[in-house]
Design a protein around this ligand. Structure first.
Ligand code: HEC
Length: 161
């Protein structure tokens, strides 16, 4: 009887050890992001070389209006006397991250909506779509985790470039 108990105990210990080893080897499971009940594929990691290119292009073409640190114009929420809106920030404090890539690329390529007297210029004749994507990658690298995940979700569900 004693032998039987010892055997059971050893078997139990072996099972616990094997389970632990398997668990540790499998690594921490990656939890899928779920927003509005939609599982979102993991947010793509940015390529540092593309970020550098995006940063340089941003400084060259966008910083004068949207700020060297993506901070936007002071008082950007209030329309100007001509009815247009000042340049908003592109960091997490603005609303760039509310929009899918398709819309952001459209705004960069074709400019803001003339119906609102928008002062956002069109860059479609000055840069390639890839360059616009590099700038967006750079902008996204300045967002927090939640903004990044939300914008990825809205891009995946409402339109990739
Ligand atoms: C001459 C100033 C000016 C320059 C230069 C400029 N923008 Fe803008 N941008 C604006 C203004 C003003 C708005 C707000 C327009 C509106 O809402 O009508 C805007 C809006 C935007 C929006 C929409 C943001 C949102 O949350 O709706 C995006 C995206 C954007 N700009 C990207 C860029 C990028 C990228 C560059 C550089 C390639 C750039 N802008 C250069 C003035 C500028």
């Amino acid at each position: 009887m004693k032998l039987w108990r010892a055997a059971t105990l050893s078997l139990f210990i072996v099972i616990v050890i094997v389970t632990l080893v398997l668990f540790i080897q499998s690594g921490t499971p990656i939890k899928p992001v779920v927003i509005n009940n939609t599982p979102v594929p993991p947010v793509p990691t940015s390529d540092p070389a593309r970020l550098d290119q995006g940063a340089a292009l941003y400084t060259q073409y966008c910083a004068t209006c949207h700020g060297a640190n993506l901070e936007g114009a002071p008082g950007w929420r209030k329309s100007l006397p001509d009815g247009s809106l000042p340049p908003p920030p592109h960091d997490g404090s603005g609303h760039t991250w509310h929009h899918p890539d398709s819309l952001l690329l459209d705004i960069i390529a074709n400019g803001g909506d003339p119906a609102y007297n928008s002062k956002m210029p069109a860059f479609g004749d000055r840069m390639t779509k890839d360059e616009m994507i590099f700038i967006l990658d750079f902008i996204k690298s300045k967002w927090g985790k939640q903004e990044r995940e939300f914008q990825w979700w809205i891009t995946v569900t409402q339109g990739n470039p």
